[in-house]
Design a protein. Sequence first.
Length: 255
Amino acid sequence: MKNNLPAQFIAMGLVPGYPSLASSYKIAEILLKNKVDVVEFSASFSEPVADGPVLAKAHQEVIKNKISKSRIFDFYEKLRQKHQDQFFFVIEYANIIYHAGIENYYKKLAQVKIDALLIPDVPLEEIRPYKKMAEKYRIGQILIVSPNLENDHILKIAKVSEPFIYLTTVTGVTGKRKTIAKSTLDFIKTVKRLTKKPLLVGFGIQYLAQIKQIFKAGASGIVICSKLVSMKDDYQKIEKYSRKVSSFLTCKGFV
């Protein structure tokens, strides 16, 4: 696992295989060309309980097109061969990992040099066998904190989550929201006070005004996925949007 992320960073996500593997590769290359710091791969599952309608639809499309996990891992490997120093992390549901065999799954991640894994439907209380394999294969194990958690629980998550904590701006599923509530900004500030672990904030972010608010509240990074996936294979739109967002920190004087 690499741990060379800048103090403030931009992450963007895609669904591997949506709308095709070839288009996913092209989208990833656009993001990397535009200096996105972190790429999130939202791997498909039939019942993505933490994902909103945009991502759920993309997941279903990948499954309908019978794009196998083996081909998805080939996709990861192809990207890694060209981009040795880029930080890549995968979001995968527990059912997929369990059926592949927990150790076997982490071993495959290590073979294609994925840096970290987030399992959205595995809480802290059940993370131990996954964390054990993450440590064995030197894969970061990312955990989620959400606004409904007590401070002591957040502290426990902070001790386990590596190399950052994935902080959700709302409790529930991902999607599009135009404003960041004061309660959310206060939550970011609270978690920031509790831990020195970097905070990656996600779930529904797409506007520059939101990004500015989140960084000012103390986040280390923001992640945008649903907005990007909604563009499907409109490469021109993806190019323009990812360039605007990835240059935001420098342009606004945050770094």
